[in-house]
Design a protein around this ligand. Structure first.
Ligand code: ADP
Ligand code: MG
Length: 686
């Protein structure tokens, strides 16, 4: 079908305006979307397709999406209500005639030429009491239709860039598709019977058949998945070959720890700590992720693992995502170490400490036999001697970054055991594919005596009742979090930024101190605000998601979340986990911007308390791209991937294994290596 010959002088890297038929206006509209070169354009993929490939004789038309091949007669234009322009014509083929109507497309009248045959593709449906072809794509019959009479691509549109414009440019660019180089080794493409990349791109835009479209989509999904799985296999192999420090399991140490706890471990906690002890005894470095809701007791498990290594005289590093959390963790850890007589082993090192204190912390870390070192990720570059490091614990990150791992391996001479703990659960299918290099442990059962958090949807008309409840709670001495999606307002009417909400709460609650925290404040500023909140001096804390992880204030029992539509379910759940941490009944309010019917998603959220269930819902409703895609500074690497497509998942797994079995070096394939490198940087979900 695509009979055009490529213009031999054009290159993929040429600017899109160098193509015939792409004018200045179209070019600048594309450029505004970041599409500059012909290559960019070819990789601008449609969201979906509409199949107009079957041409129906007019006398056989049935309501629905149809294509006819007909001549047009008796075209007229008139004004409808509210200035609507209505262009009408009669389309005829040898079998019969049908009315065609275009709304608000007055130019149609001049463009219709008598005596020419047209393809008309659109909806055949009821219009003004009579079946008609409504707003069809219309083009003169040719071998190479762009908008009709085939499977046509529907692109993500903008105000200035509509699908028809994109299609016109795409048709001009497609012949250059043959110049796209495959990043995947040719033997692998053949072995897996994949469509080649250049063919897949061409077929993705204008597929010759449904079957070829599926093959093309399969190939492009493979491209998103394969580098990730290959990265995992490579790091798994590296890990299996690496040396580590064996931490022998000593039952008396575990028993002593448990006997000093003021509570009984849950069954899940027991099971997981046992797995960790077994891992740490082995000669292969551990790579385990413990997932569990906020308050499910992950920290206790991690500390119990650490104590085994510390007792053996080894160092352990506990890294939190922020200084504030590092400080809080140190307090918790101290409480757990005290009854064991191990407090002297604890070293806290943070960036904002005075130089003198930093130096003495580093000194203690180096000199203590069995140091329990707590800090942020900057620990790694702090100048601590990592000899004897047996275990790294990473809080709120799914995996330890490859670069950090290599850095440690270089300075320690071996790879320490690695334990990640997180409250953001990984949906099952993501865990089995994208995170398949990790051993997973889930803390499902919560410690006894937790009070469930009640959640509510609050429309503007419910706001007075919400404020009444809030002031009641505040006057009882409780505290509240108010979470907003943005720091600054995007428009004048925007009520969703911490700025505007902070101002509003100060006005509404003159008797109480309202605090403000967000990521643009310095670490010291954040810490001082947080301390005032922890001490109870601040009653209401207006915040962005910086409070998402770890912060523990048992007296806070109310949370309001503005713009809840802007958060993922797993993220909302994590935010909600900030309350309900003490003895008080706790309420979470999702403050909706309008009184329209709230989304299915948000209704699910208020009815579900289980974070694992919510993460599965997130995946089902938003797809892996939304959960996993926006890494790399917002550059989407995952867009088409559908993990329910078992065929693609299988192909990508087979590909990764094949690659390793052939002892291929990724570096021999530079563009594959680049993708693998990108995949290795994916350490957490967004
Ligand atoms: P997470 O790190 O998962 O948020 P923590 O380990 O900090 O959870 O535990 C939250 C709180 O619950 C802490 O105060 C901890 O002492 C307590 N806790 C942990 N495990 C249990 C348990 N099995 N029974 C009762 N309380 C527990
Ligand atoms: Mg925690």
């Amino acid at each position: 079908m695509l009979s055009q010959k490529p213009n031999p002088s054009l290159k993929l890297s040429d600017s899109i305006d160098s193509m015939h038929g792409v004018g200045d206006k179209t070019a600048s509209a594309f450029k505004a979307r970041g599409i500059k070169s012909i290559r960019d354009l070819l990789f601008y993929l449609p969201n979906r397709h509409e199949d107009y490939s079957v041409i129906t004789p007019i006398n056989r038309l049935r309501p629905g999406r149809v294509t006819i091949r007909a001549v047009l007669k008796q075209s007229t234009i008139r004004r409808g209500r509210r200035g609507l322009s209505i262009t009408e014509a009669i389309a005829s083929d040898t079998s019969g005639s049908v009315r065609v109507v275009w709304f608000n497309q007055p130019y149609r009248l001049n463009n219709i030429r008598g005596g020419h045959e047209y393809f008309l593709s659109g909806d055949f449906k009821l219009g003004h009491k009579q079946l008609a072809l409504i707003n069809p794509y219309t083009e003169i019959v040719s071998d190479l239709p762009v908008n009709s009479a085939r499977i046509i691509p529907i692109y993500p549109e903008t105000k200035v860039l509509n699908s028809a414009m994109i299609r016109r440019a795409m048709i001009a660019a497609l012949p250059l598709g043959v110049k796209i180089k495959d990043y995947c080794p040719r033997w692998l493409v053949q072995e897996l019977k994949l469509m080649t990349l250049n063919r897949a791109i061409t077929q993705m835009h204008y597929p010759e058949s449904e079957y070829k479209l599926n093959s093309a989509s399969c190939r492009l999904q493979f491209d998103e998945l394969f580098p990730i799985l290959l990265a995992n296999e490579l790091s798994r192999k590296q890990r299996e070959l690496a040396k580590t420090l064996k931490v022998p399991f000593k039952v008396e140490i575990a028993k002593e720890f448990v006997s000093r706890l003021p509570f009984k471990l849950t069954d899940d906690q027991r099971k997981i700590i046992w797995q960790i002890y077994m891992d740490m005894q082995g000669k292969v470095p551990m790579n385990r992720l413990v997932e569990g809701d906020v308050g499910s007791g992950k920290t206790v498990v991690a500390v119990m693992a650490a104590v085994m290594a510390v007792s053996e005289g080894y160092k352990i590093a506990f890294m939190a995502p922020t200084e504030l959390l590092a400080v809080q963790h140190a307090t918790t850890i101290k409480r757990l170490l005290e009854p064991l007589g191990l407090v002297d082993h604890l070293v806290l090192l943070t960036g904002s400490m005075k130089n003198k204190n930093k130096r003495s912390a580093i000194d203690r870390a180096n000199k203590t036999n069995g140091a329990f070192i707590v800090g942020t990720h900057s620990l790694l570059t702090s100048g601590i001697d990592w000899k004897d490091l047996a275990l790294v614990i990473i809080d709120e990150q799914h995996r330890f970054g490859v670069d950090q791992r290599q850095q440690l391996q270089k300075s320690a001479g071996y790879l320490p055991h690695c334990l990640s703990i997180t409250a953001t659960p990984i949906p099952r299918s993501l865990a089995l594919t994208i995170f398949n290099d990790l051993e997973l442990s889930r803390l499902v059962d919560l410690p006894q005596g937790r009070r469930p958090i009640k959640s509510f949807l609050t429309t503007p008309s419910d706001l007075p009742a919400f404020f009444k409840y809030l002031t009641e709670q505040l006057s009882n001495g409780r505290q509240a979090y108010v979470v907003c999606p943005y720091i600054q307002s995007k428009t004048d009417h925007d009520q969703l930024s911490v700025e505007s909400v902070y101002a509003m709460y100060q006005k509404k609650l003159p008797k109480y101190r309202v605090g403000l925290i967000h990521g643009q404040l310095s670490a010291e500023q954040q810490q001082s605000v947080m301390h005032s909140f922890i001490k109870g001096e601040i009653a209401v804390l207006v915040a962005t998601t910086v409070i998402e992880v770890g912060v523990d204030v048992a007296n806070a029992s109310v949370m309001a979340i503005y713009g809840p539509e802007r958060f993922g379910l797993a993220q909302l759940h994590q935010l909600r986990g900030r309350i309900g941490r003490g003895e008080y009944e706790s309420h979470c309010y999702l403050i909706l911007s309008d009184s329209l019917e709230p989304s299915h998603r948000l209704r699910q959220f208020i009815n579900t308390e289980n974070g694992f269930v919510l993460s599965e819902l997130d995946l089902a409703l938003r797809g892996p791209g939304a959960i996993y895609g926006k890494l790399q500074h917002g550059k989407t690497t995952v867009r088409l991937m559908n993990l329910d497509n078992q065929k693609v998942v299988e192909l990508a797994k087979r590909g990764a294994i094949s690659f390793l079995n052939r002892h291929e070096n990724v570096l021999n394939y530079p563009s594959l290596a680049k993708r693998v490198k990108l995949a290795q940087q994916l350490t957490y979900l967004n």
